[in-house]
Design a protein around this ligand. Structure first.
Ligand SMILES: Nc1ncnc2c1ncn2[C@@H]1O[C@H](COP(=O)(O)OP(=O)(O)O)[C@@H](O)[C@H]1O
Ligand SMILES: C[C@@](O)(CCOP(=O)(O)OP(=O)(O)O)CC(=O)O
Length: 185
């Protein structure tokens, strides 16, 4: 069964995608499931290189050592089939009313969801200024922060909602309320 809504979250590194989607999950509880497109990439990479998958999935510096390689391998796969990781991630998703996709990065990710689920999707951009991201551990890396993985959605404008999660942000409760307005339960 298709969910009632699919919330597509994007934002640059350390903008707070995991932070906000984890809190949103607390609000929606068992009505929702968090899905990560990067999960099949990380699973493959962990198997291939004998790495710790849980560490790759966490907010640790561990994944940063492998990010560039994972991006490169992911690009190769995406060039052959742009829906490959979206399809793989959704195929193993639970039967829930709301799917929260927490790591949308490319126009083709949005395209795949639009083509597959039409008007069920909602596009949410998480924004945080660079100072705030730096305070959260962001460090500009050539090949990552100037590449498609981080920049492809810079010139995408068709957002249903932009959430400021940097300087001057609203309370967490207000941030979550604005997201909940997009949800049809
Ligand atoms: N509004 C916030 N208040 C406090 N800490 C935050 C907030 N947003 C993000 N963080 C923290 O900043 C770090 C990076 O956030 P994260 O959600 O992992 O970013 P992303 O998934 O976009 O890379 C995490 O340690 C997270 O807990
Ligand atoms: C190879 C990646 O999938 C790894 C992404 O890891 P995360 O999604 O955990 O990254 P951030 O939350 O932005 O810190 C990126 C890609 O281009 O596919």
């Amino acid at each position: 069964m298709a969910p009632k809504n699919i919330l597509l979250f994007s934002g640059k590194r350390k903008s707070g995608k995991d932070y906000l989607t984890d809190h949103l999950k607390n609000v929606l509880a068992d009505k929702c499931e968090i899905i990560k497109i990067s999960q099949p990439i990380k699973s493959h990479w962990a198997k291939e290189k004998n790495l710790n998958l849980n560490e790759l999935l966490s907010d640790s510096t561990y994944k940063e050592q492998y990010r560039l390689d994972m991006i490169k391998w992911g690009e190769e796969m995406r060039n052959k089939d742009y829906g490959y990781f979206c399809r793989a991630a959704c195929a193993s998703a639970a039967d829930k009313d709301i799917w929260i996709i927490s790591d949308i990065r490319r126009k083709t990710d949005i395209q795949w969801f639009k083509e597959t689920y039409g008007n069920l999707i909602r596009n949410i951009r998480i924004f945080a200024d660079e100072e705030t991201r730096k305070a959260r551990g962001f460090n500009f890396q050539v090949g990552v922060d100037d590449a498609m993985s981080e920049c492809d959605l810079d010139d995408f404008h068709d957002w249903d909602l932009i959430v400021n999660n940097g300087e001057g942000r609203h309370s967490l409760e207000a941030q979550l309320d604005s997201i909940m307005k997009l949800v049809n339960l």
